[in-house]
Design a protein around this ligand. Structure first.
Ligand code: IPE
Ligand code: IPE
Ligand code: MG
Length: 246
């Protein structure tokens, strides 16, 4: 018998990969006359919630855009606070991730992260690598353009060395050379905080993703809203450029 899902969600048309642009932490704090960092701290609870919801609904891949290549240009104090928060998150969540069978992965210019974050990240990734439940991918110091530059370099180098023929460069090879090679393309991208842009997130991979924008600020994002977005997704007709049979 098929598993019954809450909120009237249909098992057969769930997205395999949901990606979140978690935006609005600063505004959440500002509204309460708090420091921006308090908004980021509050945002961690929403991260936990959304991981839990994906497990509950049976969504196998979740990507969270946590820090962009452009975010390095924020005030040092805020960047330091975010890195500290990330380290603490990884330390704290390790046990829970293992308990829940979550496999942690990461994409982005990870070499730019402070040693503490990198060490914690690689050790949690190593420990959880055999887990077969949800795959949770953190986009950290991630930028789609930088990822594409890296991909072009890798392919050009292989061609130059004679390991590959130019004629074998195709869409599948590009996908396989990007850092997201182990993830399916996102079926659904959700951005919170009312901004309607992708901000350098998975530009190649989102070619046919369904996109959903909500005004809710990330720290206020709830399971109920997630479920209603999934319900909306299940009602959409994905045509991929084709004409569907009447
Ligand atoms: C998203 O919240 C978190 C990061 C980008 C790190 P913001 O910090 O961008 O919050 P707003 O957009 O200023 O409200
Ligand atoms: C996008 O949010 C990046 C993350 C959520 C990590 P930003 O707040 O950095 O994006 P812009 O500056 O509004 O485009
Ligand atoms: Mg923002």
């Amino acid at each position: 018998m098929e598993k019954e899902l809450p909120y009237d969600l249909l098992v057969e048309s769930l997205p395999a990969h949901v990606a979140f642009i978690m935006d609005g932490n600063g505004r959440w704090a500002k509204k309460r006359v708090l420091n921006r960092v308090m908004g980021h701290e509050k945002g961690v609870a929403a991260v936990r919630q959304v991981v839990e919801s994906c497990r509950k609904f049976g969504i196998p891949y979740l990507t969270l855009y946590a820090f962009s290549t452009e975010n390095w240009a924020r005030p040092k104090r805020e960047v330091d606070a975010l890195m500290g928060l990330l380290t603490r998150f990884l330390r704290k969540e390790r046990r829970q991730l293992m308990k829940n069978g979550v496999r942690l992965t990461a994409i982005g210019e990870l070499h730019r992260l402070p040693d503490e974050v990198r060490d914690e990240l690689s050790s949690v990734m190593e420990e959880t690598k055999a887990n077969s439940g949800l795959t949770l991918c953190l986009a950290l110091s991630y930028g789609s353009r930088s990822e594409m530059v890296e991909m072009v370099r890798d392919i050009a180098e292989a061609v130059k060395k004679g390991e590959m023929d130019l004629s074998s460069v195709d869409e599948a090879l590009v996908s396989k050379t990007l850092s997201t090679r182990d993830l399916p393309d996102p079926d659904l991208v959700i951005r919170t905080s009312g901004e309607m842009r992708l901000s350098n997130f998975l530009l190649w991979q989102c070619a046919y993703s369904e996109i959903f924008f909500t005004d809710t600020l990330w720290p206020d994002f709830s399971e109920l809203e997630f479920a209603s977005i999934l319900k909306d997704f299940q009602g959409r007709e994905r045509r991929f450029g084709k004409v569907l049979q009447p």
